[in-house]
Design a protein around this ligand. Structure first.
Ligand SMILES: [Zn+2]
Length: 279
């Protein structure tokens, strides 16, 4: 295996790491995933990750690191603790698992090395997760230097999502052609509910708000592509199509403002284009 063309992806089966998996598949010839369990709430996550790796056609490896859950108390591994829904003012939310990403990257680097891989990919993001210190870029750079010194190697830790908002992460999944897969087959929810999740845990809120924002943006872009169509029929002021388009634009505007429930934008705009083609 050429070390420059292979990557190991830390994969949990969630939105972020699945997007990273497909980013890696696009950027490296050979990719494998590593799914680390640490006594978190739902072992179901692992099954999701396994299925996604299978679908992507990449090797899947699972590693048990439940020792992490014995080292400190947090609401992801202590199932009796009530999960913080918001970040407390003076501390981290109790969903913070101290040292998690440091452990994860260390395990990943050692395992990557044994497969002659030097590229590591992780889905941490500093833009949206202001909560966790080990999602920050400074930490990743420092961990990268430490791992290189520890093993006298030249690892490169890739963080494709570091500066992206959740909406931009959805956009990336869409660009990579896996928007539906990420939307329907991944599990981000702290309560272990696939796809849109339970809707009220912090992970769901972040994911669903990002999705909403992205869909709005996409809708707006679709509208822009239809503008020339409207211009074309403008001359035929009294044609029914012109009025239809005008009302369609009003509807789309209401959808963007969240005042009107969508059909879906795609269906709606497709109908319009069909109509126009027929004329
Ligand atoms: Zn949830």
């Amino acid at each position: 295996m050429n070390t420059n063309q292979s990557a190991l992806v830390l994969h949990s089966g969630g939105q972020d790491s699945t997007t990273c998996l497909y980013w890696a598949i696009k950027n490296f010839k050979e990719v494998r995933t590593l799914c680390i369990t640490y006594g978190q709430r739902h072992a179901y996550e692992v099954e999701i990750a396994r299925k996604i790796a299978e679908k992507a056609g990449v090797p899947f490896q699972i590693m048990d690191a439940s020792i992490i859950s014995l080292l400190s108390d947090n609401s992801l591994t202590n199932h009796n603790m009530i999960m913080d829904q918001e970040k407390p003012e003076d501390s981290y939310p109790n969903t913070f698992v101290p040292g998690r990403n440091l452990f994860f990257l260390t395990f990943a680097a050692v395992i990557a090395r044994s497969h002659n891989i030097r590229n590591l990919v992780t889905g941490v993001s500093q833009a949206d997760y202001s909560g966790y210190p080990d999602c920050r870029d400074t930490f990743i750079r420092s961990a990268n230097a430490t791992l290189n010194l520890a093993m006298d190697e030249q690892f490169i830790i890739h963080t494709p999502l570091m500066w992206l908002s959740k909406a931009e992460t959805w956009a990336m999944a869409d660009e990579l052609g896996v928007f539906d897969l990420v939307r329907n087959d991944t599990l981000t929810c702290y309560n272990g509910v696939i796809a849109e999740g339970c809707g009220h845990c912090p992970a769901c809120k972040l994911r669903n708000e990002g999705l909403k924002e992205y869909l709005k943006l996409k809708l707006a872009t679709d509208v822009v592509t239809l503008l020339p169509v409207r211009e074309k029929v403008k001359e035929e002021k009294h044609s029914p199509l012109y009025y239809e388009l005008q009302s369609a634009f009003r509807d789309v505007k209401l959808m963007i403002d969240g005042k009107k429930k969508e059909k879906t934008a795609e269906e709606f705009l497709a109908e319009l284009s069909d109509e126009y083609e027929r004329k």
